[in-house]
Design a protein around this ligand. Structure first.
Ligand SMILES: [Fe+2]
Length: 256
């Protein structure tokens, strides 16, 4: 047995969908209730679907009984304020796990590289069922900001930088990629992030939205990239030294 995966994601691990006309919608994300949840960077999350419909963001495997990132329960206090976001999350028709709006404060390229991580979407996911991937629907207009994807965490040659204007829509295998967002600001970034189960419903949605596995990667000065890479290595070494001094082992990042 093995997981059911989307053929559309096989080549590069992501697809860019047709852009959504964000300008016609109210900014529902500004009305939501956000909870503190340490992720990669200075973030807060507004849960739309959680393990039990509570206003919290914990992985479903940390609940009783532990389960994988499927069958999320809508959070009444937030979905009542965001019917359009809920409808957009439901449009693919695939099983939904966690669904939330992320708020990310501005950062630097080097900090984004420092924040690169792989998600843990498929923990406890039963073999033979659909591989869990993530939908990223950008809500704020961050056309100069980038989702950074790397196959190899420390190899800039593997980096893809996908711009995030309002209405940008992506499906990404975030367990395959090292990823983070470089949010240039000055405003925070808001994005609807949804865990979807791969399968015929998601495949049909990707096809209908003309999913492309090749985004135009934004150019960046190689010297700037190398400087940031050196900064990240220094910061990671410092963190490792701090953890060692505290008698702690590996540092475990959280998802998103
Ligand atoms: Fe992530």
């Amino acid at each position: 047995m093995s997981y059911i995966r989307s053929a559309a994601l096989e080549e590069t691990g992501y697809v860019v969908l047709d852009s959504y006309d964000q300008s016609k919608d109210p900014k529902e994300w500004l009305d939501l209730e956000y909870v503190a949840w340490k992720s990669s960077g200075d973030t807060r999350f507004a849960p739309l679907a959680s393990a039990a419909g509570e206003m919290e963001c914990n992985g479903f495997w940390n609940h009783t009984p532990p389960r994988t990132d499927k069958d999320g329960v809508w959070v009444p206090a937030n979905v009542v304020k965001a019917p359009i976001l809920k409808a957009r999350a439901e449009e693919p028709g695939a099983n939904i796990g966690r669904c939330r709006v992320i708020e990310l404060q501005p950062n630097s390229y080097a900090t984004a590289l420092y924040n690169l991580h792989q998600d843990d979407n498929n923990r406890l996911n039963p073999d033979g069922t659909g591989w869990i991937v993530r939908g990223f629907f950008n809500l704020s207009d961050d056309k100069d900001s980038f989702l950074i994807l790397r196959e190899d965490r420390f190899d800039p040659e593997t980096e893809v930088r996908i711009a995030l204007p309002a209405g940008a829509q992506l499906i990404v295998d975030t367990q395959r990629f090292w990823h983070a967002v470089w949010q240039k600001g000055p405003e925070p970034r808001y994005c609807l992030i949804t865990s979807y189960e791969s399968g015929p419903e998601l495949d049909a949605y990707i096809a209908a939205k003309h999913g492309s596995p090749h985004a135009a990667t934004a150019p960046l000065d190689p010297a700037f990239v190398q400087e940031a890479q050196a900064d990240v290595r220094r910061r990671l070494a410092e963190r490792a030294a701090t953890l060692a001094a505290q008698g702690r082992g590996a540092w475990v990042d959280d998802e998103d």
